[in-house]
Write a protein that binds this ligand. Structure first.
Ligand SMILES: *Cc1c(COP(=O)(O)O)cnc(C)c1O
Length: 467
């Protein structure tokens, strides 16, 4: 019989193996292939052969099996030459925190069970709320699984704030279609939210963005007026601070003006871009974010903690309770019920998500984070220079480190496919709302160096020469 309790020897074996893994990842990361040879081929069979679940397996064997499968088949998005979607290299302190969380497994749904864990989360969140520019004596925040949950929460809270009876009677009791406004460069989590909340995707109005990728504020105001005249019920406008495709930033202060005038809830989606708020210089790009009623900011994107660690902020406390409060006979009552996480958030049993965020923040400090994001912005600018020098047309979409580029007569998709096939660097492509496409390279690792940019430019040259 295998015991579920570990012996000292087993613990030592596991820790030694994890130390080797950490060591090899830190020392030889650039020598590892970024794109695995395996891809999805043969995966189902390999997994079936590795895990038939008939007899117990030792922890050591399990670790090797899992590492073997992931290394053979998965893309290593923590690699410094992964210039991909917003999947950062994870700070090692995040892995330490996640292991502690799993071992202690506090129930962060209620303060009665985990007053320290909940208070630690609140302490970290208050720091980020202050970076947004909120008055933390009035604001509210909680950790989420990610940006999707954060944005869905914000849409639900906005809907219930503007139409207080929705929580009781549902949207069917409203006199018209509630509508929300996002730019055509916004993340598609708002479409999902609209479907989930019973609004339907037709409630989402995609306002055209201009040449700089920012939502046209005139088009926004016109759309709101047109919808009102047609009997719809506009309730929410979303500003994107760092779009997923190109890193474009909406004019938040101007959107805040429209929201104020039209009595709309103003949400800012800074899921990735939020990282810029850690720099006194870069946060100027987001002027007006402090006027947002709510903000989404993912720690598992630019703050480089392991997934999933989203955050949602509210300028005023109390709004979340309209959506999430319930009365139970089975959860012990403690003190201020309004402060209970399970009554203020979608999740009930909740992982202690905030520990990895708090520990990363404490280890780096604000100054460390500031250096980290500014380094990545500098690397983005350097990449733009290098691409220009080697004949690429670089689009001016963003001051953030998302770099979109193209070259006349060069097939974007063919270049991207050639790079992926060689497996030395990873980039994606982007199709703009007006149909043009470009190659997209985002600085996602805090450890990117000039040599990595040179490797990318060299790989691009090789790919275009061979087309
Ligand atoms: C990534 C992203 C999201 C979704 O966040 P997840 O953490 O992936 O759920 C939402 N908005 C923007 C702008 C994003 O970049």
């Amino acid at each position: 019989m295998m015991s579920n309790n570990w012996s000292r020897d087993q613990i030592t074996d596991v820790l030694v193996r994890l130390e080797q893994l950490a060591e090899s990842r830190l020392q030889q990361l650039r020598e590892h292939r970024l794109v695995s040879d395996g891809g999805a081929d043969g995966l189902t069979q390999a997994i079936a052969e590795t895990f038939d679940f008939k007899e117990p397996q030792s922890t050591a064997v399990l670790i090797e099996s899992v590492l073997g499968l992931l290394e053979a088949h998965d893309l290593d998005s923590t690699h410094p030459r992964y210039f991909g979607l917003f999947n950062p290299a994870a700070l090692p302190i995040g892995a330490v925190a996640d292991a502690l969380v799993a071992m202690l497994n506090p129930q962060v749904g209620t303060r009665g069970h985990a007053p320290a864990a909940v208070a630690l989360e609140d302490h970290a969140l208050a720091f980020f709320a202050a970076r947004i520019g909120y008055d933390v004596s009035r604001s509210d925040a909680h950790f989420t699984s990610g940006g999707q949950e954060a944005n869905t929460t914000a849409v639900a809270v906005a809907l219930n704030h503007v139409f207080p009876n929705v929580a009781v009677e549902g949207v069917r009791a409203l006199s018209g279609q509630p509508t929300l406004y996002v730019s055509d460069a916004a993340h598609h989590s708002f479409q999902k939210a609209a479907k989930l909340l019973g609004l339907g995707v037709t409630a989402v109005r995609e306002v055209a963005s201009g040449a700089d990728g920012a939502m046209s504020v005139e088009a926004l105001a016109e759309a709101v007026m047109r919808d009102r005249n047609a009997g719809a019920l506009p309730f929410l406008v979303v500003g994107t601070a760092g779009s997923t495709g190109t890193g474009s930033i909406d004019q938040l202060a101007q959107i805040a003006d429209v929201a104020e005038r039209e009595e709309l809830w103003f949400h800012t989606d800074a899921a990735w871009g939020g990282g810029a708020l850690m720099s006194d210089r870069l946060r100027q790009l987001f002027a007006g974010i402090e006027r947002a009623d709510s903000v989404t900011w993912d720690a598992h994107k630019w703050l480089s903690v392991p997934m999933g660690a989203g955050m949602v902020f509210f300028r005023e406390r109390a709004d979340t309770a309209n959506v999430f409060s319930v009365t139970t006979g089975y959860v012990p009552t403690v003190g201020d019920q309004g402060g209970e996480p399970y009554l203020r958030t979608l999740q009930w049993s909740r992982r202690f998500i905030g520990l990895k965020v708090l520990m990363a923040l404490a280890q780096l400090g604000l100054s460390g984070y500031q250096r980290m994001v500014e380094h990545q912005v500098e690397m983005g600018d350097l990449l733009r220079d290098k691409l220009l020098q080697s004949g690429w047309q670089v689009r001016k979409d963003s001051a953030l480190p998302v770099v979109c580029f193209e070259r006349e007569g060069v097939d974007t998709e063919a270049v991207v496919a050639a790079l992926h096939a060689r497996g030395q660097v990873w980039v994606s492509s982007i199709i703009y709302p007006h149909g043009a496409s470009a190659i997209r390279a985002c600085i996602t690792s805090y450890d990117v160096r000039t040599a990595d940019l040179d490797a990318l430019v060299a790989e691009l040259a090789l790919a275009t020469d061979n087309l």
